[in-house]
Design a protein around this ligand. Structure first.
Ligand SMILES: [Zn+2]
Ligand SMILES: [Zn+2]
Length: 155
């Protein structure tokens, strides 16, 4: 954890700054990544947050994203707290078969209509050098993420 992380739990939800917002003319591909805000949808090109209305999510897609964000956020915060639940939370975040990762993959799949939607996999300290889900070799994307060509998992 860096210095910023320890203060994050005290940061209230606020509108994100314009620099963190995607302003690309066209959104070609997206990925899901919890960033401590309510909106985990990001642009593949600039890594900025994509307003849900820009990609015209259906109500059921919105519900699925919101449910996953709440679950992932709750577990992530338990990990950040470094208390009694830290080890449990870490397992949930890294395990390929955990409910939160299965859910995230399902939501990314549900959002892959018309454009590709990846799923940013949690890792800490050491970036995985193969897919944390299927162990495939990873491609390097222009946005500096590594991506599994099979699962569309990003690390
Ligand atoms: Zn963008
Ligand atoms: Zn994979």
């Amino acid at each position: 954890m860096n210095n910023n992380d320890q203060y994050r739990k005290l940061m209230p939800p606020e509108p994100i700054s314009p620099e963190e917002q995607c302003t690309c003319a066209e959104i070609q591909a997206i990925y899901l990544a919890f960033d401590l805000t309510e909106n985990p949808i990001h642009c593949d090109i600039c890594r900025g947050a994509v307003a849900p209305e820009r990609i015209e999510l259906t109500p059921s897609q919105v519900d699925a994203v919101a449910d996953w964000t709440t679950t992932f956020g709750s577990i992530y915060k338990l990990w950040l707290q470094s208390g009694s639940y830290e080890a449990w939370a870490y397992e949930q975040l890294v395990e390929a078969g955990s409910a939160v990762n299965l859910g995230g993959m399902a939501v990314a799949g549900a959002l892959s209509t018309g454009r590709s939607c990846g799923y940013l996999w949690f890792w800490n300290e050491r970036r995985p050098d193969c897919c944390p889900r299927c162990a495939s070799a990873l491609d390097t994307l222009p946005n500096a993420f590594l991506r599994c060509p099979i699962c569309k998992v990003y690390v």
